[in-house]
Every structure is written in C-alpha cells, then in structure tokens.
Design a protein around this ligand. Structure first.
Ligand code: THU
Length: 160
C-alpha cells in the first residue's frame, strides 16, 4: 500500500480592498449580480462574475425553484451563459460572493462540488487555468490559481 498526498495552496486576502483594482471591479460585478439572486427558499444569495479574454464580463446569480433540484447555482448560471454567448472566448477569472439574508456572511464561500465539476469542464476545454476568487458578504477573500486546484482527482473526459 502506498499513499497519495494531496496538497494545495490558496491565497488569502484580508478583505476586498486588498484585491487589485481590476479584481475589485470583477468582484463588484459579482456583488451586483448577487443582488439579483432569486433565493426565496434558502435566503442565501450568491453572485458570480466571469472575466473573458475578449474583456467581456458575464454574470450569474442563483435561481431557485419550488422544485428545489430545478434551481441552479450562481457559478453555473454564469459559466453556462459565458459558454452560450461567447463559445470561443477563454475564461480567465471568476469572482464569487455569497450573502445570507438571515445573518452576516463573513467567511469565504467556496463553489459547491457540482459547480466545481462544471467549471472544470471549461478549464479542460480551453486548456488554461481559471482563477477563482471567493468571499462572503464581507471579510476575507480566497483565491485559487485554478479550478483543478479545488477539485483533486476530478472526473474528466479522457476516460470516456
Ligand atoms: N449556491 C450557489 O449559488 N453556489 C454554490 O456554490 C453553493 C450554493 C446556491 C444554491 C441555492 O440557491 C443556495 O445557494 C443555497 O444552497
């Protein structure tokens, strides 16, 4: 028996103000998107903003449904929109922010497993890492240099 050790490195910024101006702009787009979340059931608003290599910014927010599994997370709303509208563009960065309607969300909220799998598909398609930045409503911001870094041992198409 051998062991595989999986290690990762993430960057932690003290708050929004520690981000570069360009990254503040992208996170601001995510915060604005968060305002348009439709989250009457969970009361948990999430916004995502994607920067493409054609300089376009594509946003998404979570869209819930009375039939719970029919709703969709902010990150997948945004990345599917990017894929649908700009299929040839490469995705450079994604900013994510989440805010509960019931309490102050002051810790970084990472993308869920299903969103990681979906974002990974685009990272492999474009063969270029996607930088992921995530935060709550306030407080620290975490940066991962790629999606793969957040999803070790991911399932990918070469096995099909
Ligand atoms: N949600 C997201 O939008 N992104 C995630 O990565 C995790 C969860 C949404 C889905 C649902 O509308 C609400 O947050 C609570 O799970």
């Amino acid at each position: 028996m051998n062991e595989i050790k999986i290690e990762t490195t993430l960057e932690v910024y003290n708050d929004f103000n520690e981000l570069s101006k360009a990254m503040q702009n992208l996170m601001t787009a995510a915060i604005e998107a968060r305002e348009n979340a439709y989250a009457p059931y969970s009361k948990f608003n999430v916004g995502a903003a994607i920067l493409l290599d054609n300089n376009e910014v594509v946003i998404g927010s979570n869209q819930e449904n009375a039939c719970f599994p029919s709703g969709l997370c902010a990150e997948r709303t945004a990345i599917f929109y990017a894929g649908a509208k700009y299929p040839k563009a490469k995705i450079l960065k994604m900013a994510i922010t989440a805010a509960s309607q019931n309490q102050i969300t002051d810790k970084p909220i990472p993308p869920c497993g299903a969103c990681r799998q979906s974002i990974a598909e685009y990272e492999m398609k474009q063969d270029l890492p996607i930088e992921i930045y995530f935060m709550g409503a306030q407080g620290k911001v975490i940066k991962s240099h790629s999606l793969a870094n957040l999803l070790p041992l991911l399932f990918e198409s070469s096995v099909l």
